[in-house]
Design a protein around this ligand. Structure first.
Ligand code: DGL
Length: 268
């Protein structure tokens, strides 16, 4: 089983930022990425619906693609479906979400007084980050704000330009997000604009996203379970459930190298 692939999924191409971090940290591992572009965006959908999609994708990755572990590379799906998937696959397949590694990393720093959180509407409304932070860092005040326009902006390729500056400024200048010590980039699309957010705060706010932190958590889990790949057995595969040529260009930008997307509609 060690040489079986790792399954990674997101609502679309945002989770490729996480896939890239995993591929850099564990070059021996073969990755199967699934972007549910047929149902994009998850950030505006109900928890029940996202849970249903997440179950279908996990079944596909485990049963058809023979994945040995699943990474939920989407904050919205992590908030809506992680516990269900974890309980269902308990003792059989490790399921890793993008939220817990962020909470653990923040909890290691007891000096944080005000933590900001930006994410999709569904992630913010789920209250999952807020509850976990309150439990692990009770002394910190959490200021959360939905920033739904950032996903379409990033997908359309706006970055380091007037449009992205205006939108980022507009969101981050909200009184809610003032005087924070750290800001959680609670959506797997946001690492694409991490530099611009850092410029906004002039490097004074600690930014935390789920790329490298998640990769290192996944590595720990696979090592502990003695599941790391012994050798690389083939090329990574990248699949999307709705075929749109528009995604091809963006996907390579997110994964930071040229990749081919396969159309695989598991819903028909
Ligand atoms: N990338 C997803 C996340 O991390 C959000 C994109 C969407 O709304 O589908 O929450």
């Amino acid at each position: 089983m060690n040489n079986y692939p790792i399954g990674i999924f997101d609502s679309g191409i945002g989770g490729l930022t996480v896939a890239n971090a995993i591929s850099r940290a564990m070059p021996n591992e073969k990755l199967i990425y699934f972007g549910d572009t047929a149902h994009l965006p998850y950030g505006e959908k109900s928890k029940d619906l996202i849970r249903e999609y997440s179950i279908g994708i996990s079944q596909f990755l485990i049963e058809e693609m023979q994945c040995k572990a699943i990474v939920v590379a989407c904050n919205t799906a992590s908030a809506a479906a992680y516990e269900h998937l974890r309980d269902y696959y308990k003792g059989r397949f490790p399921i890793i979400n993008v939220i817990d590694p962020i909470i653990e990393s923040l909890a290691a720093n007891k000096d944080l007084k005000r933590i900001g959180l930006i994410a999709t509407n569904t992630t913010i409304e789920s209250g999952v980050y807020q509850e976990k932070l309150a439990r692990r860092i009770p002394s910190a005040e959490v200021k959360s704000m939905a920033t739904p326009m950032l996903v379409p902006m990033i997908e359309e390729g706006y970055a380091h330009d007037d449009i992205s500056h205006a939108l980022i400024d507009n969101y981050l200048s909200n009184p809610l997000l003032q005087d924070i010590d750290a800001l959680i980039l609670g959506c797997t699309h946001y690492p694409m604009i991490r530099d611009e957010i850092n410029e906004y705060y002039k490097g004074k706010v600690r930014l935390i996203d789920s790329t490298d932190i998640l990769a290192s958590k996944l590595m720990d889990i696979l090592e502990k379970e003695e599941m790391t790949a012994i050798e690389r057995t083939g090329e990574n595969r990248f699949m999307i459930s709705d075929n749109n040529p528009h995604f091809d260009k963006s996907a390579s930008r997110f994964f930071k190298e040229s990749i081919n997307l396969e159309f695989r509609n598991i819903w028909m």
